[in-house]
Design a protein around this ligand. Structure first.
Ligand code: NI
Length: 174
């Protein structure tokens, strides 16, 4: 196990489209486990491969709260694809990202989704009726695989409120 460096806003790797994973190898499973360890260490509930510098379609998610004594419940998802369910309603809540530290801003997203992905054993999986933080994490992490960040989805008012913080963060990358 190893802790990985989390790339931050302004890093080009966060803006690239990630490539499809053809085969789940032991090396990729190890990478996913290192991503989970990195995510737990940073007290996040999701992490996508571009955030640790790899443009491949891999995300890890755990919405349990191990810090509060909950049992861990990790998901490793290769090539995740989600779709909104017919009775889904839009939900607006504050969202953050380990690559954009200390910024929390309202984002509206579909409230209920189905996700399909390949698990760490290389098996196809489908989870229906994902809601709450889980539905949000699936969408947020999937966005990372297409080079999108949550700050792309905020209102113009929130954008101008946070513009200088974001510019400063991007500048630090040089
Ligand atoms: Ni993120």
């Amino acid at each position: 196990m190893a802790l990985l460096d989390i790339r931050t806003y302004g890093d080009d790797v966060l803006r690239k489209k990630s490539g499809h994973v053809e085969k789940v190898t032991p090396e990729l499973v190890q990478l996913a486990e290192d991503m989970l360890e990195t995510m737990y260490e940073a007290a996040g509930c999701g992490l996508a491969a571009p955030q640790i510098g790899k443009n491949i379609r891999l995300v890890v998610i755990d919405i349990s709260r191990p810090d509060d004594g909950d049992e861990k419940h990790p998901f490793i998802m290769f090539n995740p694809e989600w779709e909104e369910e017919p009775d889904s309603e839009p939900v607006t809540v504050e969202e953050g990202c380990l690559s954009i530290p200390e910024i929390w801003i309202n984002v509206t997203r579909p409230g209920k989704v189905t996700v399909r992905y390949t698990d760490e054993k290389g098996e196809a999986r489908e989870i229906n009726h994902c809601e709450g933080i889980f539905a949000r994490a699936i969408q947020h992490e999937s966005d990372h695989l297409d080079g999108k960040l949550f700050v792309d989805k905020i209102s113009p008012a929130d954008r101008s409120l946070n513009e200088s913080k974001l510019k400063k963060m991007a500048k630090k990358k040089g």
